[in-house]
Design a protein around this ligand. Structure first.
Ligand code: SF4
Length: 447
């Protein structure tokens, strides 16, 4: 039993994608609001919450391992997150967990915590900073604008775990963004399952932000976020036609010239089998026109190789696309069945060694494109946000690099007072396959 004379202490394990991180941050914020303490280890925690991922089999395994470890080390475990939405997987493996919830279940999680560890809330102590509790460094934060997805890509089980699209109203999103900015955030990373669909479920209704109405539409929301004067980076943008309009905001400098847009493949047949839009020629045309509107545009994407039925010709089409579209950054996954996905029933499974061969060729092609694109930046002076300073090396990112997934800039000459979160001009002296190297030109006033 816990000692009620001190606040209950919670251990927290956060797994999964940026959307799951936001769920973790919400639970942590609520815990802190209610007076709970946090524990960095299992031993002195009164209870452990494990936020799981269930997207692919490897993530399921990692989540099950984390639950097992928390049970062994502590014994009182609440499981939340995507794996919780996957039927009885958790209960079957670990019947003695205290409770299992799906993703986005802050309230449910809090109810279980209350039942097993009543709060000792002191209303005179407010331990929560204005932007809530964050798992990211102080200078950047994920901003979740919607949950769920209306698409039904055949390889994906996210809609069955997280449901159809549910957007947050523009006023709520903007209020959170303002709180984050006033707490010192310099870069907002907009996340969702499908960022370009934002607001469709709300029929793009307008809500008041201060005196001005803002439509719950990605274009209007991006503009309003851009007006906060911080970097705004858009992730998980599905290639709808209205994405073209976002490029003008990028060219105007309101939103970072960066599109994280998961194309998944370029062959019409594979895209059809994936149940994704199947017009890669049109996509190529659009990318060319995007780069005309916004020449600095960086495109990040993800692709799947070895999808059932993918022929050599389909794969060659994909490599050609990477080359023609000059995709700056790309993640590649070898297809594997995911329990519950419709793609599992497709015939034409690609043998593992061919998947591996295609994966290797994909990565070599992408490395070529990436290193050539970066080489073109040598000699430029670019704004860089500083993530970290070691003794004689500062590490930062350009507007074209998202934290954790993209490249970095190593800065070996910089001003003494340079600090994490500063945005400073850096002269680029050299490049490698994925990273840039340079020196600080001068500090930027007011950042
Ligand atoms: S758009 Fe993304 S989240 Fe939605 S079904 Fe397709 S892969 Fe899954």
């Amino acid at each position: 039993m816990s000692d009620l004379s001190r606040p209950g202490k919670i251990g927290f394990v956060s797994l999964g994608c940026a959307k799951a991180t936001v769920d973790s941050e919400r639970i942590l914020t609520e815990l802190r609001i209610q007076g709970y303490g946090m524990s960095a280890g299992y031993e002195d925690a009164d209870l452990v919450i494990v936020n799981t991922c269930g997207f692919i089999d490897a993530a399921v395994e990692e989540s099950l391992e984390a639950i097992g470890e928390a049970l062994n080390e502590n014994g009182k475990v609440v499981v939340t997150g995507c794996l919780g939405a996957k039927g009885d997987v958790v209960k079957q493996n670990f019947p003695n967990v205290l409770a299992v919830t799906g993703p986005q279940a802050t309230e449910e999680v809090m109810q279980v915590v209350h039942a097993h560890l009543p709060p000792s809330h002191d209303p005179y102590i407010d331990l929560v900073p204005p932007g809530g509790l964050k798992l990211t460094p102080r200078h950047y934060a994920y901003l979740k604008i919607s949950e769920g997805c209306n698409h039904r890509c055949s390889f994906c089980i996210i809609p069955s775990m997280r449901g159809d699209l549910v957007s947050r109203g523009s006023s709520e999103v903007l209020a959170e963004a303002e709180a984050l900015v006033s707490a010192g955030v310099k870069e907002l990373l907009v996340v969702s399952q499908d960022t370009s669909a934002y607001g469709a479920d709300l029929r793009y209704r307008s809500e008041f932000h201060g005196a001005a109405p803002v439509r719950s539409h990605i274009q209007d929301l991006s503009k309003a976020l851009g007006a906060l004067g911080v970097w705004v980076r858009l992730h998980y943008v599905y290639p709808y036609p209205h994405v073209d309009n976002l490029l003008h905001l990028m060219a105007e400098g309101l939103v970072l010239p960066y599109l994280d847009i998961p194309f998944q493949h370029a062959s019409r047949t594979v895209l059809k089998a994936m149940k994704r839009p199947a017009h890669s020629e049109k996509v190529l045309e659009r990318i060319h026109s995007w780069r005309q509107i916004c020449p600095d545009l960086t495109i990040r994407s993800t692709f799947i190789v070895g999808f059932p039925g993918e022929t050599d010709q389909d794969f060659e089409r994909l490599l050609e696309f990477i080359h023609l579209a000059q995709i700056d950054r790309a993640g590649c996954f070898k297809y594997s069945d995911v329990e519950g996905a419709r793609a599992n029933e497709l015939g034409g499974q690609v043998p593992e060694e061919i998947k591996q061969e295609r994966y290797d060729r994909f990565m070599r092609t992408q490395l070529d494109v990436s290193s050539n694109r970066l080489l073109q930046k040598v000699g430029d002076t670019m704004d860089v946000i500083i993530d970290q300073i070691n003794e004689d090396l500062a590490i930062g990112r350009t507007r074209g690099d998202a934290p954790e997934v993209d490249g970095i800039v190593e800065i070996d000459r910089f001003n003494e007072d340079l600090a994490a979160g500063d945005i400073v001009p850096v002269h680029i002296n050299a490049s490698s396959e994925y990273d840039l190297y340079g020196e600080q030109v001068q500090p930027m006033a007011g950042t």
